[in-house]
Design a protein around this ligand. Structure first.
Ligand code: PHE
Length: 472
């Protein structure tokens, strides 16, 4: 056990795990989904899901990790031999997500470095949209950025659990919290006179759009699609169903209070997502109005926001630099978690030394990452996805993992814990180190893991094949 490493205490565990959870999902995906799904209503549904569904899955995984004391590749099989195959699926999911996540991490490196070097005017001269498309279609530059970003996370993983991951999280996470709170406060002071519309828009109006639930035009079909978007987002954001929580759970000490740590992780992860929405939705609204919000979509980070920073004038350079630094830290701590999950699986299963295991993981994901980069130039094609849209290699991998593989792993984890080894397997483990005899959400956990979560996951899996499109 000692050879693998441990977190030194509760704080290390909480910050590292929160670091894995807080990532691009919070800063980019959450605000864009909230804007798409009518703000306040999405927010309420999301928070309820985190406190029920998210809590259940996270608890199950962290407990399996600490109880088995091994990486995800072996942990499921050690819990019940028939479920050993789940370890392989979870590991493959981690490798795939790691590869394309690092490609986006590379883009962030490029934008962050450009803003920090005072090169933002270069982006504006080229035109924000053209800068983005000429960068991602360049055959070399994104690969170099990918290499730098992935190399950085490999270096941290190489240093081990306490000296690498825990230390890096203890430095990056507090800075991240300060940055996000600071930028949120600044965004709420913004207002802008729009010459074309002859009107002044303020951040407070934008905040209202974000926070006040909008029930106008709400149909059953629309509600259902908001629910599915929120569930998928909750999954991705909490980093469950891919072995990461098992990995970090396996480094938690027996005297660590998992129950209170999980509560805090949920709080931080949701808090950062909500704050990020408080930055992005009012800011885009102030400068681009409601059409800006409707248009932002997946290009939010690399097109819409730089456009906003451009409109802010000189201060936009500093805000842009700080914002990309924030996104960089968030993405890096998530990547480290993914890389660690794969690395420790190799260490535990094949008894390789950490440097060798890390290098192996680095090389495999770099190769996939390079192929993902080439999806925008040499290997460009429009790949049809099951939901009727098309996309590039990155979109295909994102769709396969988020819509199919993650729900499948989560569904089978619920069956394993709820019906095969039974909920007490997890509950007994989390009671160790817990200060009181009572676990507040114990009954909720049992009902969720046995019935509600598997049913909801089945619906998500079916939706990946567009089965519910008839709801409109
Ligand atoms: N939870 C991370 C986020 O919100 C995404 C992630 C998914 C990280 C999977 C690691 C593994 O961005």
């Amino acid at each position: 056990m000692n050879k693998r490493g441990n977190f030194s205490g509760n704080l290390g565990f909480i910050l590292a795990t929160a670091g894995s959870a807080i990532g691009l999902g919070n800063l980019w995906r959450f605000p864009y989904l909230a804007a798409k799904n009518g703000g306040g209503l999405f927010l309420i549904i999301y928070i309820i899901l985190v406190l029920t569904f998210g809590y259940t899955l996270m608890t199950a995984e962290v407990a399996i990790g600490r109880k088995t004391g091994v990486g995800p590749l072996q942990a499921y099989g050690k819990t019940d031999r028939r479920f050993g195959f789940l370890g392989w699926i979870a590991t493959v999911v981690s490798i795939i997500i790691l590869s394309y996540y690092c490609v986006i991490g590379g883009w962030i490196v490029n934008y962050g470095a450009t803003y920090m070097n005072g090169g933002a005017s270069k982006i504006y001269e080229t035109g924000v949209k053209d800068f983005y498309s000429s960068f991602i279609t360049n055959p070399i530059a994104p690969i170099i950025c990918l290499f730098v970003f992935m190399g950085l996370s490999a270096l941290i993983v190489l240093l081990g659990v306490e000296k690498g991951i825990e230390k890096a999280s203890k430095v990056m996470m507090p800075i991240l919290f300060v940055l996000i709170v600071g930028i949120a406060i600044y965004s709420l002071t913004l207002s802008h006179y729009d010459i074309k519309a002859d009107t002044t828009r303020t951040a407070w109006e934008g905040l209202k759009i974000y926070l006040i639930p909008n029930f106008e035009g709400l149909t059953v079909g629309k509600f259902f699609s908001i629910l599915l978007d929120a569930t998928g987002q909750m999954f991705y954001s909490l980093s469950v169903a891919m072995g990461i929580m098992i990995t970090y759970g396996s480094y938690a000490k027996k005297e660590s209070d998992l129950v209170s740590s999980i509560n805090q992780i949920e709080f931080f992860d949701t808090g950062v997502a909500v704050l990020s929405g408080m930055i992005i939705i009012p800011t885009v609204f102030v400068f681009q109005g409601t059409e800006g919000l409707a248009k932002s979509g997946p290009n939010l980070l690399f097109v819409s926001l730089p456009q906003v920073f451009e409109q802010m004038g000189i201060i936009g350079h500093t805000v842009g630099a700080l914002f990309f630094l924030l996104v960089f830290f968030a993405a890096l701590t998530s990547t480290i978690a993914l890389m660690e999950a794969v690395t420790v699986s190799i260490i535990d299963r094949f008894h390789l030394a950490r440097p060798l295991a890390t290098s192996l993981c680095f090389v495999i994901s770099l190769v996939i990452g390079v192929i993902v980069c080439m999806g925008y130039n040499l290997l460009y094609c429009e790949i049809p996805l099951l939901n009727g849209t098309t996309g590039q290699i990155l979109d295909l991998l994102d769709y396969l993992t988020n819509n199919l593989m993650l729900p499948a792993v989560a569904f089978l984890t619920c069956i394993l814990v709820g019906w095969v080894c039974r909920p007490h397997y997890v509950l007994d483990e989390i009671k160790i180190g817990h200060k009181s005899e009572v676990i507040h959400r114990e009954k909720l956990f049992v009902v969720m893991i046995k019935f509600v979560a598997p049913a909801q996951l089945l619906v998500i899996l079916l939706q990946a094949f567009n089965v519910f499109s008839f709801l409109g």
